[in-house]
Design a protein around this ligand. Sequence first.
Ligand code: ACO
Length: 633
Amino acid sequence: MRYGTSGFRDHHSKIESISIKIGIAVAILSINESLQFGIMITASHNHFEDNGVKIMDDKGNMITLDNEKYIERIVNDTNITCDVDAIHHRCKIHIGYDSRMSSPKICELIVQGIQSIHTNFPFEIHEYVTTPQLHYIFSDKSQEMTYLKYIKRASKLINMNCILDCANGIGSKIMMLVGNPYIHLINTEWTEPTKLNMLCSSDYVCTHRVFPRLEGLQNMYVQDNLCASFDGDADRIVFYYRNSEGIRILNGDYIAALVFTYLSKQLSECVQEITIGFIYTGYTNNACLEYVKSLCFPRNVTVSFICTATGVKHLHKEAIKYDVGVYFEQNGHGNVLFRNILVDELHIIPQLFHPVIGDGVMDLFATLYILQELNWNVQDWSNIYTEYPSKLGKCSILDKDIFKSSDNELELIEPQYIQEYITYLCMESIDKCRAFVRASGTENVVRLYVESHDQDTTNLVHQEITQFIEDHINVIPHFINDGAFIVRPIRYTDATQSYYNLLGQLSHIDPNLMDYERTKTFIQNLGINSLHKHQIYVIEDINLGKIVASGTIFVEEKLIRNYGKVGHIEDIVVDSKYRGFGLGKLMIDHLTNLGTKFGCYKCILDCDDINVGFYEKCGYIRKGSQMGKYSIM
Ligand code: ACO
């Protein structure tokens, strides 16, 4: 099992099957590093039958990549041996769990694992806590006050009404303990685990763009009433309200923009040198970034914009580099971190955020406090910018591992030709389009995000990139005569001396007269401007990385046959060393199928008599005569 961005997460039975090993792994880690660790048992927004395990270090932060790999290795290893003589006094494991039915059992199994390393290994169980609650015990603040005191201090400042959907999760428990009279709690049945996230929660609202279900009380969602939803373990929050069009969601981008609005106001007279970082991901809407960039800050306050990979651990890692680090993912996961500097103008704001990680509860209070201070209602907040139309979708692929992204995931490093295609499409678009593709961490899918100033352009570009990926990536090699071959569209990087030599086996071509840039433009224009109309395919010997055959299809659109289409097959050539293995037929079959897919009622070609037998073997029949008048022979 893989330790993904949210730790180990799966059906509870699978998590149970690895829980003892998780206990063993974290105990070994704690011994090796002589430090405390935390283990949170939750599956956040997922179905109530799922569960998960997330591990944190002695500062309440996500563990390092090396430690993730270490734990993953132990969990997937069948024979683990560990000789322990003594346990350092600093070693201890805190285990927390939320309201899922399977959590106590998983906790028990983890404890078994810990005790198998040493019967006296110190551990402490924290029953029914939110994820941020467990993280809090590792922060310095926990020496001064309990988590409940910390959040109550913030709650006391709030006098703005809000309907809060607690997702029937553990966030209900903590919010009931806080008991803020202005916050009207709904979906609070955390002791009924089968209700967890059912027709409610931040994820449900964002995915379906609907209000959480509220039996008999649906009319509570009165126009312009501010509402919010936690996820199952209350570590994130999104806001929304009913407007004339239905639901208007104010996600993590809007929370970040609101924080920056407040910072800009508070720091307008500040003379101290302060660094502020806005840490965001590729999914952050450009309208949000443009808004934040338009805000005024004095010269001594430097605001930096950093795009990182998705996953809060990446954002958090960057945020700690600034005096004030603001980071929110669109899904409402995020926090504002304050370095220990005294800035009077920031007033009590640092006390309104969780000292370590994103916390739905604290983010709720911080947001409401800022709205109060700005004297804004929900409409004022939602009017700060208008999001550009975007589309996020996924595309199934055979092997996700062939996709490699840049650190901030905005560009593909491999396959290079897919990035070239995306860049080209975005440059061609008049609507300031941006798009990126990233492979999922676990499934064989890639996620494609497109954003532009216009919904139609966004949809069209999304559709074209999806089609391109499907046509180019999902190809299965043909194993012929001890070799492995794929048929794929030509890339400009294929246009080498060797490719020109191959074409030379078909007709005249002087490689010395071929210009790299011109060929590159020629190939880049294939199948893009004239999408589906002119395509060159090649056959690659994947063991040698060598192009061994080439063929062209040109789709002609006609008026006859009521806008009928005809596929013209051209320039078929197989390297002489590879002839007679069936590669010629493979190419013809591929191009003919493509013609059919493009809606051609027939495919036709011209050839010398010597090749008639070959084309007959490919299912073509002699029709009429071939004519030609050459200007140059
Ligand atoms: N006459 C009769 N049958 C032939 C011929 C031929 N010239 N060439 C191949 N075949 C048969 C094969 O024996 C095989 O039959 P089988 O299925 O019974 O075994 C079948 O056709 C498929 O042959 P492949 O092995 O797939 O053909 P190959 O990979 O050798 O490619 C091609 C054939 C493309 C004609 C190759 O010989 C070549 O590149 N020639 C030089 C360039 C050329 O003339 N291209 C055609 C230009 S026309 C145009 O572009 C539309």
